[in-house]
Design a protein around this ligand. Structure first.
Ligand code: ATP
Length: 285
């Protein structure tokens, strides 16, 4: 019998590597990224109902009809002529404007959930293809795990992953992805575009020194002047021996932990003294 209600985790992502390889004729930036989902997640509850609704707790800055979760439902309903309405309840834990793909994670959860609730039997690739209409991070977040993501986000090549303990620092203010790409476009063009292959191999081999040496985010120099707490968070992590990188278009910074609780506590206390929130999390495989 068809289900009436479904609860889903909507995990955030980090970008171990993010390189901008150029600009496409459709205006999108051509990207290459090693992405992995993490245990920090929103909770999404979907219930079949007479009318549509979308509630976020705490609230996000856009109206319900512009919420990516609602837009994911609208897309599915139109495409598959689905009957009735959907009530969407989101308990947000992923910081907004953090470069952790919070809105996209919720959209990906709705795509997966509606597929199940309405017994559409679509596979992950079909859902990912649909999801690309909603945002560049949605196809990867439909798959989850660890992947090499290319194009403008539509090419997802799943890879074998390992579980890593992480700390995530969230500056007091988020950043707009559009503003960061605009700032990136004003920078002089990069002389070298790093190849993420060595980092992929280091992540698989769990070679911490090689991982630390290969972390790269080409958007970081563009975001730093927009949010000084990014550099502050990186400095604190590095001072405590934790390799750190901005995720996506910022403003969150993740650090690769070695699981040493004392070191983690010291970094978390220093971040808190600087007005920066910090959570423990880990990558998902
Ligand atoms: P990305 O890196 O994918 O561009 P982000 O992680 O930096 O995004 P989000 O948390 O996705 O940022 O939020 C960006 C904006 O998207 C928010 O300011 C909000 O107005 C809008 N938004 C739409 N739907 C959601 C949602 N479900 N959760 C959070 N923000 C949402």
């Amino acid at each position: 019998m068809a289900r009436e209600k479904l609860r889903l985790n909507a995990p955030a992502k980090i970008n171990w590597a993010l390189t901008v390889c150029g600009r496409r004729s459709d205006g999108y930036h051509q990207l290459q990224s090693l992405m992995q989902t993490i245990s920090l997640c929103d909770q999404v509850e979907l219930s079949r109902s007479a009318a549509d609704s979308c509630r976020c707790c705490p609230e996000v800055s856009c109206p319900p009809q512009q919420n990516l979760a609602w837009r994911a439902w609208e897309l599915m309903r139109r495409r598959y002529a689905l009957p009735g309405g959907l009530a969407i309840e989101i308990r947000k834990a992923i910081p907004s404007g953090g470069g952790l793909g919070g809105g996209s994670a919720d959209a990906a959860a709705v795509l997966r959930g509606v597929n199940e609730l309405f017994e559409l039997n679509l596979n992950r690739s079909q859902l990912a293809e649909l999801g690309f209409q909603l945002g560049a991070d949605v196809p990867f977040l439909v798959h989850g795990g660890f992947a090499l993501v290319g194009g403008a986000g539509e090419t997802v090549q799943p890879l074998t992953a390992a579980e890593y303990p992480l700390l995530i620092a969230a500056p007091a203010a988020g950043l707009s992805t559009a503003a960061v790409f605009a700032a990136y476009d004003r920078l002089p063009p990069a002389a070298v575009i790093p190849d993420p292959e060595e980092l992929r191999a280091a992540l698989l081999a769990q070679d911490r020194a090689a991982i630390a040496a290969q972390l790269v985010n080409m958007l970081e120099p563009a975001a730093l002047p927009l949010c000084p707490q990014i550099a502050a968070a990186k400095d604190i992590f590095l001072r405590w021996g934790l390799p750190a990188l901005m995720s996506g278009s910022g403003s969150c910074v993740f650090a690769l932990s070695d699981g040493d609780r004392q070191r983690e506590e010291a970094a978390i206390a220093a971040l808190s003294a600087a007005g920066i929130s910090c959570w423990r999390t880990h990558t998902l495989v």
